[in-house]
Design a protein around this ligand. Structure first.
Ligand code: ADP
Ligand code: MG
Length: 289
């Protein structure tokens, strides 16, 4: 199948002009990056602060246009003017700070904001808004104001806003970074559900446990792709993890420590859920029930 997103030789540079001297400084945030995203896949993007993840994310839906190279979404080039709205509606974005993403004083109006801008007729907007709110479990709260919601609930509204555009792909840029553990779990649960329902998912995160749940992990370093593999491959390579300045997911760390004590745990277990699943199926655990 043709990939939904194709990135080829992408370079993105921020240029700043000093107000006094007129001198230009160029900061290359994305440095010659090439990859494809398969339709329906779940890809995590990780890497240290400043490695170019957010810049790359904004290049994927045309919020930023390449300095050189190309990004294609469903075959449409993001830098072609006539495609910009199609590209933006196919690739939704959810950002880190829930407070910066809600523009209306009533949450259902907020979810309607995107489709309204697409010029969709009111009855269809109503359907999409209700469906999107149900999808994130916020339908009952639709008449509330954003100030009545927790951070996690606001993020769910931001996700509903993205879903109401009927995107094929959603890029989540550290959507759980500002949430408490409960909000984080709920948002991640919704992200995984949307992916199972067919939405191509790109999750930028600094939580290794979240990245471990993807099918594929791209590691960025200084604007380049440092590694592109399955979670298992990445997290079984301590040297690669160290060189990228990352940590092991808690479940992998625990598995390795338990294995060192002589207990056999399959090496492809990288998430807490799979680890718990494995442990509770052991004869000793079953006998204790
Ligand atoms: P990450 O999301 O991985 O932390 P970013 O894409 O935000 O990385 O940043 C990559 C590089 O681009 C960093 O050096 C950062 O300072 C720079 N940068 C990010 N946004 C801007 C901007 N608006 N103007 C100038 N430089 C920027
Ligand atoms: Mg970022």
């Amino acid at each position: 199948m043709k990939p939904i997103i194709q990135v080829k030789d992408l370079i993105f540079e921020y240029t700043r002009t000093d107000a006094e001297t007129g001198e230009k400084t160029v900061n290359r945030a994305v440095d010659n990056v090439t990859f494809d995203i398969a339709k329906g896949s779940f890809v995590a993007v990780i890497g240290q602060n400043g490695s170019g993840k957010s810049t790359l994310a904004k290049c994927l839906n045309g919020l930023l246009l390449p300095t050189s190279g190309e990004v294609h979404v469903s075959g449409m080039r993001t830098s072609d003017d006539e495609h910009i709205w199609d590209v933006r509606s196919k690739v939704g974005m959810v950002f880190q700070n829930p407070d910066n993403q809600i523009v209306s004083s009533i949450i259902e109006d907020d979810v309607a904001f995107g489709p309204e801008n697409l010029g969709i007729e009111p009855a269809e907007i109503r359907r999409r808004v209700d469906e999107a709110l149900r999808e994130v479990g916020m339908y009952d709260q639709r008449k509330k104001g954003p100030h009545q919601l927790s951070g996690g609930q606001k993020q769910r509204i931001a996700i509903a806003g993205a879903i109401a555009m009927r995107p094929e792909c959603i890029v989540f840029d550290e959507p759980t970074a500002m949430l408490d553990p409960k909000g984080r779990n709920m948002v991640l649960y919704i992200i995984k559900k949307l992916n199972r329902e067919g939405i191509t998912t790109i999750l930028i995160t600094h939580f290794m446990e979240e990245a471990a749940q993807a099918e594929r992990i791209i590691v960025m370093q200084q604007g380049r792709i440092f590694s592109d593999s399955t979670p298992h491959e990445l997290f079984s390579d301590r040297e690669r993890i160290r060189a990228a300045g990352l940590e092991l997911p808690p479940a992998v760390d625990l598995r390795e420590r338990v294995t060192a004590l002589g207990c056999e745990i399959p090496a492809d277990i990288v998430t807490a859920d799979d680890l718990i699943d494995f442990i509770t199926k052991q004869p000793a655990a079953a006998a204790a029930e």
